[in-house]
Design a protein around this ligand. Structure first.
Ligand code: CAA
Length: 387
């Protein structure tokens, strides 16, 4: 079990322990196999829902656990230590679609979706990126046109985590007129379900890492979306997405801290076991210094993440903090997993030990929910918006 910056309450420790226990018993025996087979295990959704882990941030009135953000990220770290693919499914579901419906949804939308999402009966996904709109998210082209009280959607979404399994997909689409483009203000958010006519799931990506988390493209071909699936106000979808990514990026930071923690533990254990030149390699200063630097970076990433989570719990705007936490944690995960492989030597380069998978899993944390370059842009912009 990992430590926290501030002492955890008994309730927070209990949630952390449940997450760690669940990960150890229900996930760890299969992590390697699911990674090898790029297998998403559907039964996990119901099991995580039964424990409340798919409604961690939802109030009890919607069958959620009503946890604070610090407890949420601590629980996510525990899942990510064992399997980063499971952690991203839980993070996206909790941070993005459920929070968007809670914050901007109508009473009817909340009633319809939140309880089944919290219970693990419906899995959520988030569809912002497109083949030609990644970092420049506001340049997305999926178009929604009014038809009576409905909307007709046409377009393609890319890189959708849990998209093949997602049953409640938050889709950002243009609602402005092609002759009068309004940039970010011309985008609205829609709650899309796979039963809508014209919805189809495209190619499943064959990824380097996070292989047990299915990433797909989604196609909308004259997809008819009932008017009551519009989230909030027309033209506010990009703002909703950006504000929600402030939360989402904390989840990815927690995932990255978990990956780095797992690599640190594996490398420290191996260094105590592996003998060269007549003694365990942990007795060489070259290894000690490397492990010390790894531990220091993991601790500082976790500290920043927990500070950002507690700032959110105090109701502060966390745009800059969450980008800092994600940037720091994801670059730490990449660096620490690289160092871990170096300590393992040749054994780190093959699939016999988990560090090879951790290294592959770490990379995407520097890419999705905003690349490290985008996080730096957000952090720098916020420096000026404060003055
Ligand atoms: N909170 C509140 N409002 C915000 C905001 C925030 N965090 N970020 C932007 N806004 C507002 C701005 O204030 C602005 O409002 P006004 O119209 O009132 O001025 C509006 O949104 C437009 O913002 P920008 O002018 O900053 O827009 P931009 O086009 O310059 O883009 C960006 C900004 C930060 C680069 C943004 O495009 C971005 O974050 N890009 C990265 C995309 C990303 O993270 N994608 C993740 C994909 S989802 C995913 O990966 C999930 C998964 O499956 C794991």
């Amino acid at each position: 079990m990992s430590w926290a910056l501030t002492p955890l309450t008994e309730e927070q420790k209990a949630i952390q322990a449940v997450a760690g226990e669940f990960a150890t018993t229900e996930i760890a025996p299969y992590t390697e196999q699911w990674d090898r087979d790029a297998h998403f295990e559907p039964s996990l959704v119901g099991k995580l829902g039964a424990l409340g882990f798919l409604g961690m941030l939802l109030p009890e009135q919607f069958d959620g656990l009503g946890l604070d953000t610090l407890t949420y990220v601590v629980a996510l770290e525990e899942l990510a230590i064992v399997d980063a693919s499971v952690a991203v499914m839980v993070s996206v579901h909790n941070s993005l679609p459920t929070q968007m419906i809670l914050r901007w949804g109508s009473e009817k939308q909340k009633e319809c979706f939140l309880k089944p999402m919290a219970r693990g009966e419906l899995l959520g996904a988030f569809a912002l990126s497109e083949p030609d709109a990644g970092s420049d998210a506001a340049s997305l082209r999926t178009q929604a046109v009014r038809d009576g009280s409905d909307w007709i959607l046409n377009g393609t979404k890319a890189w959708v985590s849990s998209g093949a399994k997602g049953e409640v997909i938050m889709v950002m689409a243009r609602t402005d007129n092609p002759e009068d483009r309004r940039g970010p203000r011309g985008i609205s958010a829609f709650i899309v379900t796979p039963d809508l006519p014209g919805f189809s799931v495209g190619k499943k990506e064959d990824k380097m890492g996070l292989r047990a988390s299915p990433t797909v493209s989604l196609h909308f071909s004259d997809m008819r979306v009932p008017g009551d699936r519009l989230l909030g106000q027309v033209g506010s979808g990009f703002l909703y997405a950006m504000q929600s990514l402030d939360n989402g990026r904390l989840g990815i930071a927690a995932q990255a801290v978990g990956i780095a923690e797992a690599a640190l533990r594996a490398a420290a254990a191996y260094a105590a076991e592996r003998k060269q030149f007549g003694k365990p390699i942990k007795e060489f200063q070259a290894i000690q210094f490397r492990l010390a630097d790894m531990a220091t970076r993991v601790a500082s990433s976790r500290a920043l993440l927990h500070l950002a989570a507690t700032a959110k719990d105090r109701g502060e705007r966390i745009t800059q903090f969450s980008s800092m936490a994600k940037l720091q944690a994801s670059e730490t995960a990449m660096w620490v997993t690289t160092q871990a492989i170096q300590i393992f030597g040749g054994y780190g380069y093959v699939k016999d030990y988990p560090v090879e998978r951790l290294f592959r899993d770490a990379k995407v944390t520097e890419i999705y929910e905003g690349t490290s370059e985008i996080q730096r842009i957000v952090i720098a912009r916020e420096l000026y918006s404060r003055t």
